[in-house]
Design a protein around this ligand. Structure first.
Ligand code: ATP
Ligand code: MG
Ligand code: FE
Length: 334
């Protein structure tokens, strides 16, 4: 099975060809970070315009790099949601045009299932499993009993993990996107500040990061008011420690209670060095196999959409020419 994946849900225009849901034949990502940097975040109109400009180039390059012809493809998979509506529409409409022109089945993909299936491009998925999704817009614990089956057992009640990283980065004057910047700074700092951890109710798998975010902002403002010098590296290290502590503890607890065969981590924040290390040592200690994608497959890309789309294709999921982008697409109905 050879699938062309297309991803335009946020600020990367991406296309990739994947064989059997496991082997990357090509993986093209046109990032817009430079254009959004001066605004300190993603500007939807700017994102849509970039997608329009890049779409055809990126798809052609993905086909060229993969050295496949359109007739070698079995399907085209496209991110239907969640994401920015204007951005999603460019990918969905482009995919519809290609599907019509080359007479190929069109498979709708939920963006977060893509993040999950990035793991299948670097190893096996062993069911049942618990997936920790940590991205720019999502923080969720998902139970999967088999391919294509998703049960949300916990989620954030306010900010997503990536969002918290980005906001804290802005507070201490780091450029967008702040997650990788905080991560680098945390590597050279010490977690000297005891920031709060939101454990919530004892049996809850939900998360909350807004209190932590406020605590960091207060610490920074208080220091500024007193004219004290900020140790940004220690703040970054303390913040990362607090986020990672809660993420790892709740994921391990869920994995034990659900008797899973694997823990899987997915989404942009899965690139975080602190999270990768702490999760690896916790899983080793508990004897639970762990899967985290290589760095380049953690953030948005289309190989992951093709990988998830391959499962959808084999399950018979199809879209027709009425397919529309859906910003609030729910993974459990998917
Ligand atoms: P979603 O997938 O929820 O729709 P998205 O696609 O915008 O959101 P991703 O591309 O999955 O998000 O991830 C981007 C997020 O990951 C950003 O918030 C970014 O700051 C964060 N991120 C990337 N690398 C790191 C890192 N090393 N440490 C912490 N956060 C990181
Ligand atoms: Mg992005
Ligand atoms: Fe994403």
């Amino acid at each position: 099975t050879t699938v062309l994946g297309i991803e335009t849900s946020c600020d990367e225009t991406a296309a990739a060809v994947v064989k059997d849901g496991t082997k990357i034949l090509s993986n093209v990502v046109a990032s817009q970070i430079k254009s959004h940097k001066r605004f300190g975040g993603v500007v939807p109109e700017v994102a849509s315009r970039h997608h329009v400009e890049q779409f055809t180039l990126v798809c052609e390059k993905a086909m060229e790099d993969a050295k496949v012809d359109w007739k070698d493809l079995d399907a085209i998979a496209v991110t239907q949601g969640p994401g920015l509506v204007g951005a999603l529409l460019i990918g969905v409409n482009g995919a519809k045009a290609l599907s019509f022109a080359y007479d190929l089945p069109l498979v709708p993909v939920h963006h977060i299932t893509g993040h999950i299936y990035a793991n299948r491009l670097s190893g096996d998925m062993k069911f049942p499993l618990i997936a920790l999704i940590v991205s720019g817009g999502h923080t969720e614990l998902i139970y999967m009993k088999e391919h294509g089956s998703y049960e949300i057992i916990g989620q954030t009640r306010d900010d997503a993990a990536g969002e918290a990283f980005d906001k804290v980065a802005r507070t201490i004057g780091l450029p967008y996107p702040g997650g990788p910047e905080i991560d680098k700074l945390a590597n050279i700092g010490e977690p000297t500040i005891d920031f709060p951890r939101a454990w919530l109710e004892p049996d809850s798998y939900d998360f909350s990061f807004s209190g932590l975010k406020s605590a960091v902002i207060n610490t920074v403002h208080n220091a500024e008011q007193r004219g004290e010098e900020l140790n940004k590296a220690d703040i970054a290290a303390s913040f990362r420690e607090s986020v990672v502590d809660v993420l790892v503890t709740k994921t391990i607890k869920a994995a034990k209670n659900y008797h899973v065969k694997q823990i899987l981590v997915a989404g942009g924040v899965a690139a975080n060095q602190g999270l990768r290390e702490r999760m690896a040592s916790a899983c080793a200690k508990e004897g639970i196999p762990l899967s985290i994608p290589p760095l380049a497959l953690c953030t948005d890309n289309a190989a992951m959409i093709a990988a998830a789309g391959t499962i959808g294709y084999l399950k018979g999921h199809r879209a027709d020419m009425s397919l529309n982008g859906k910003p609030g697409l729910n993974i459990e109905d998917f």
